[in-house]
Design a protein. Sequence first.
Length: 243
Amino acid sequence: MERLQKVIAQSGVTSRRKAENLILEGKVKVNGKVITTLGTKVTPDDKVEVNGVPLEKEEPVYYLMYKPRGIISSVKDDKGRKVVTDLLSEEIEERLFPIGRLDYDTSGILLLTNDGEFANLLMHPKHKIDKVYVAKIKGLPPKSDLTKIKKGVKSEQDILKAVGYRVLSSDKKAGTTILELTLHEGKNRHVRRMMEALGFPVLKLKRERYGLLTLDGLKPGEYRKLTPKEVKQMRNLAIKIVK
């Protein structure tokens, strides 16, 4: 027997965390009965429905996409804007969802899968997987301001920080700086809000590395399947960091 939220996540419908919300909202049935208790266990013979749709277990698949700017990191958008799954070929039949998010105006690495357990493993802050961004910012920040990035910058109700940073270049004439920032967590508009709070707005932002994965060989809008070795390496990286 397995926990209901795990079974939903493994089906490819959504991540484990969102599956828990669906259960609490009364949108999940087991053998025709609405279930609202987290931790409920089911067997392979139980009939599970989410929003009235029976679950069908899919083989897990994993993709790396070079997300362009101007695309929503979601499977649907209530404003009718283009989403990342719109970029996928019709030949991909699995119900993929993005692991985490990249802002509408942010480009770079985005992982997609139908494996909710894998998604949860990579997204949880305790796993401390490096996510490396390159940001072009307005202004020439002194070191005294940049050191605040690692200590934490208050923005609204959040304390936003990076675990590391490097100044890649500065253009005194244009009044801009290019920074490399390494994050372990990713709150809403994390890098943009953090730099805005310091007085250096982000002009352009790209995520160039996610753990061991890079954008090598891809152009904006392109994607590729992760190799079994890469999936294993990413899984092991998260588990190793936690230990």
